[in-house]
Design a protein around this ligand. Structure first.
Ligand SMILES: CCCCCCCCCCCCCCCCCC(=O)SCCNC(=O)CCNC(=O)[C@H](O)C(C)(C)COP(=O)(O)OP(=O)(O)OC[C@H]1O[C@@H](n2cnc3c(N)ncnc32)[C@H](O)[C@@H]1OP(=O)(O)O
Length: 236
């Protein structure tokens, strides 16, 4: 039976640096290079790696089983890696929007920390039920109160899960509003399940909600409701 996440050190290998997987990369984890820069490769990080705890792997396997009949789909999540050394620009005097191909170091925020130290997660989506589930293991760099996850890190993963839920239903949209109730702290390095669903669509407005529970479902850690608004077609 799966355990709820008790406070413990992260799974073995968590501080061993940037190695992504002990297993040989699958074809899926090494798709062709992106078109804008042929030397940049994208690596799907929604796959098990040595930092994943037993709970994380068990949950991942359970959801992969659900994908077999096509009702659920695993959603890839990429980190962009350039084999060449890129100079990282850190000072932006004018905050104008920059196209991704002009900033090769841009990364999806939850994928920006090294393996096991930050956000380890995989998402699964059910198109019929308009639900997105995220299994999430928060690493040691996400500490807030001693021994527990930072509220901002929890909010990040809730926003990301809700975002994927809204995006898959409605296309490009941004978070307009996010209301979170934090009920029980989440022990650092434990695994939680974020269940999100699309509740209502009104024109460009997508109303979504989610909860964050322990693996055994006995502890409700957080709940949120959120509004995503599809970008105004005239302004895109
Ligand atoms: C098989 C498919 C696989 C898919 C895989 C998916 C791959 C995923 C890739 C990675 C995705 C990761 C997801 C990450 C999600 C994070 C999202 C963010 O952080 S985003 C970053 C953080 N977010 C930002 O930075 C967003 C900044 N904000 C904005 O840009 C804009 O305010 C806006 C776009 C949100 C709306 O502007 P604008 O288009 O001018 O909107 P209007 O004024 O025209 O109003 C339209 C309607 O909306 C109402 N309404 C609006 N706001 C609110 C509100 N707060 N409260 C209540 N209501 C609100 C308003 O009353 C009106 O209602 P009605 O009259 O029609 O009834």
């Amino acid at each position: 039976m799966l355990r709820s996440g008790a406070l413990r050190l992260c799974a073995p290998g968590v501080l061993r640096g940037p190695r992504r997987s002990a297993a040989p990369p699958t074809r899926e984890s090494r798709p062709p290079p992106r078109s804008f820069a042929s030397e940049v490769i994208r690596v799907d990080l929604s796959l098990p790696n040595p930092s994943w705890s037993k709970d994380m792997r068990l949950l991942f396997d359970q959801f992969m089983k659900k994908t077999e009949d096509g009702s659920w789909k695993r959603l890839p999540s990429y980190k962009y890696v350039s084999p060449q050394r890129t100079e990282v620009k850190t000072f932006f005097p004018d905050g104008k929007p920059v196209k991704e191909d002009h900033m090769p170091q841009a990364q999806l925020f939850p994928r920006s920390l090294e393996e096991g130290l930050g956000f380890e997660y995989a998402m699964f989506h059910n198109h019929v039920e308009n639900r997105t589930v995220c299994i999430f293991q928060g690493g040691p760099y996400l500490q807030g109160a001693s021994g527990f996850l930072h509220g901002g890190a929890i909010a990040t993963m809730m926003d990301s899960t809700l975002g994927v839920c809204a995006l898959t239903a409605g296309g490009v949209a941004m978070t307009a509003n996010l209301n979170i109730n934090f009920r029980r702290p989440i022990p650092l390095c434990s695994v939680v399940v974020i269940n999100s669903q699309l509740d209502k669509v009104e024109g460009r407005k997508l109303f979504v909600s989610c909860n964050v529970q322990s693996v055994d479902g006995k502890t409700l850690h957080s709940k949120a409701t959120s509004l995503f608004v599809k970008l105004n077609p005239k302004e895109v």
